[in-house]
Design a protein around this ligand. Structure first.
Ligand SMILES: [Fe+2]
Length: 197
């Protein structure tokens, strides 16, 4: 999130909410990543065991912290100061192709945001070039080969101090999607996808 974005007052996305969220969670996880990576170097590989061992525990927390930083980064970057920005024509075309229409995509994305305990992601799968919605209840879940295009944080810390309901928060988020950033991500992954085919 850039400085202007952090200082913006996004209606329900209050300045305090965004700054608290932005500074607290990703920076805390960045510090944890450094600590875990320092410990990983010293972990005893001779004790490797699928039930329990220090190396296994460290790698679980490593994935958790890395995904937290990556997903928060994309989440903050895909929030706009402007209301009701529009997807690119290519994005619209792909939403129609893979969901029937942009409205149908939004309906499913909204419903997933209502039932997820952590994240909701519109992703592009580099294996088959299809857009799909995903949710994950923790930072440790995800589908290999899927590149996140639009990310929404629905952990309670993301909204409970500023919104009376999750429903209101999701609606406000969808009005603040920075579609230029989402469309830019689509262009990048489409180039990758063409080269991989
Ligand atoms: Fe968060």
């Amino acid at each position: 999130m850039d400085k202007d974005n952090r200082q913006a007052n996004h209606c329900g996305f209050s300045r305090e909410l965004l700054i608290e969220h932005y500074t607290h969670y990703p920076e805390m996880q960045q510090n944890k990543i450094k600590e875990i990576e320092a410990r990983l170097i010293k972990a005893d590989v001779a004790m490797a065991d699928p039930n329990f061992c220090p190396l296994r525990s460290l790698k679980i927390e490593h994935t958790h912290a890395l995904n937290s930083v990556k997903l928060h980064k994309k989440f903050f970057e895909n929030i706009s100061q402007q209301l009701d920005t529009q997807p690119s024509l290519e994005m619209l075309h792909m939403l129609e192709r893979d969901f029937g229409s942009a409205q149908e995509w939004e309906k499913q994305f909204f419903a997933l945001a209502m039932c997820s305990r952590g994240w909701v992601v519109l992703g592009f799968d580099l294996e088959d070039g299809i857009l799909r919605n995903f949710f994950s209840d923790s930072n440790s879940e995800g589908v290999w080969s899927v590149i996140p295009l639009l990310v929404l944080d629905v952990f309670e810390h993301a909204y409970f101090t500023a919104f009376s309901s999750r429903n209101d928060y999701i609606r406000e988020f969808l009005r603040h999607v920075k579609w230029s950033e989402v469309s830019r991500r689509l262009n990048v992954v489409m180039e990758m996808y063409k080269k991989m085919k």
